[in-house]
Design a binder for this molecule. Structure first.
Ligand code: PMP
Length: 438
């Protein structure tokens, strides 16, 4: 249709590469690294032998599960905390507290670094995420608050609640006044849902207008050197993007000597695919960048058709705000700053069902001894679909992210009983059929 053509044209025009703003993560070497932060990043790129051999195309996974906090989010947490310290929003060992809304991985990464720098952490998360993530957070000394995931559009939505808690604790105004275009601080930019017909306000009011239930204004601010509250805000914080633009992207480029034909990642906040994808495209515009999107996420439609919800989905009285899937950490139904940074560079999207992700995860254990989390399995499924769709048979390289390990997913994704009850089949044939030569 003409509107779709227009959308594609606009997307092309908007395709511009961000400035390099973050410091690159230092090379991991034979030397002793300095504390837990020294263990973050510089992860190996592992060839997925079973898939690469079957397809004749190199499928490489960035082994992010080897980070000390167990996931790709260590990079983001380190960058957000480093940047906040540089801007004077956090001072080590002052009793300051970091607040975040997360499904788990980011919280664990923040709590890890926070401990090393003398900060406390409050994590607000939905109450349906795998219990082992809560256990890890508690072991790291984080205060955990779990909220009903159904309350996703109101003030008690986990991200909104984390912001409110931070403001109440005395978060400083973080708007970069020197840069009028800065979108790092989204307190003044309420979240919106995208639909063909309307946008829905998610946050109720900008930070400086927020009131507590008794009507008193919150967020009085604090003096120099006093303890501070910091809302990390991974969804809107550009440090998230920067961690990948300066770390993950350059590492992949170096590790492949620039021989990358495609990069695939799922998007939760969008930071990984936006930062890594933008860096890779800045080196070679022809690198194909696509997302792996679980069922129930609106990103697939956004990339394919320019709107988050298709007509059928938005006509019903009950809009789906939640990404209802056994896959944790990826898929989203609202546009965030980091998603917006990703959209202009996305060439395609692959929808991955729960059954496909489950099949891939079991296939990889059986053939490769790789015990991976749900988003890694989605990513690899999308890699296979891309190779099949393109008809690639040789001399191509597809890179993806192995976000975390299966050990973070014992109670849901790696729990056969749970899957049986949820009617999700465990059927390796799904992968075998896809890999079979036509
Ligand atoms: N995988 C896992 C396990 C995650 O926790 C996340 C982050 N929510 C992602 C993938 C997605 O990464 P990003 O937020 O950079 O889009």
């Amino acid at each position: 249709s003409t509107s779709f053509a227009l959308y594609l044209q606009q997307r092309k025009q908007k395709r511009q590469i961000s400035k390099f703003t973050a410091r690159p993560i230092e090379l991991r070497s034979d030397e002793v690294v300095r504390g837990v932060a020294g263990l973050i990043g510089n992860t190996p790129l592992v060839r997925i032998n079973s898939l690469s051999d079957a397809l004749g195309v190199e499928i490489l996974g960035k082994a992010e599960f080897l980070n000390p906090g167990g996931s790709v989010k260590d990079r983001v947490a380190l960058q957000m905390i480093d940047d906040a310290e540089k801007r004077g929003l956090l001072r080590p060992h002052t009793g300051s507290r970091i607040f975040e809304g997360t499904v788990g991985s980011t919280g664990i990464s923040i709590a890890t670094i926070a401990r090393a720098r003398g900060y406390d952490t409050t994590i607000i998360m939905p109450d349906d995420v795998a219990a082992e993530k809560v256990k890890a957070l508690e072991a790291l000394g984080a205060e955990v608050e779990r909220v009903r995931p159904a309350s996703i559009v109101d003030k008690k939505q986990f991200v909104n609640l984390a912001r409110r808690r931070a403001v109440k604790f005395g978060e400083q105004d973080r708007i970069d006044k020197s840069d009028p275009t800065s979108k790092t601080h989204q307190h003044l930019h309420p979240y919106t849902f995208e639909s063909p017909s309307q946008s829905m306000l998610v946050t109720s009011a900008p930070q400086h207008l927020e009131f507590d239930s008794d009507g008193s204004e919150v967020g009085s601010g604090s003096e120099e050197g006093e303890q501070r509250g910091f809302f990390a805000d991974q969804f809107e914080n550009k440090s998230n993007f920067d961690a990948h633009f300066a770390g993950t992207g350059p590492e992949i480029w170096r590790q492949t000597s620039g021989r990358v034909d495609a990069f695939i990642a799922g998007a939760g906040t969008g930071g990984t695919v936006a930062g890594t994808g933008q860096f890779l495209k800045s080196m070679n515009e022809d690198i194909y960048v696509a997302i792996a999107d679980p069922e129930g996420s609106g990103l697939y439609n956004k990339v394919k058709y320019g709107v988050m919800f298709d007509r059928k989905e938005s006509e019903g009285t009950k809009r789906r705000h939640q990404v209802d899937t056994v896959v944790e950490g990826i898929g989203i139904n609202r546009l965030t700053h980091n998603i917006e940074l990703a959209l202009p560079i996305l060439d395609d999207a692959f929808r991955i069902t729960d059954a496909e992700a489950v099949a891939m995860s079991r296939y990889l254990v059986k053939h490769d001894g790789l015990f991976l989390g749900s988003s890694s399995a989605c990513n690899l499924m999308a890699c296979v679909k891309l190779v099949k769709q393109k008809g690639w048979t040789e001399s191509k390289t597809v890179v993806t992210i192995l976000c975390d390990s299966g050990t973070r997913h014992y109670s849901k994704f790696w729990n056969d009983d749970y899957l049986r009850k949820a009617d999700i089949p465990i059927n390796l044939q799904i992968v075998e059929d896809l890999l079979a030569p036509l």
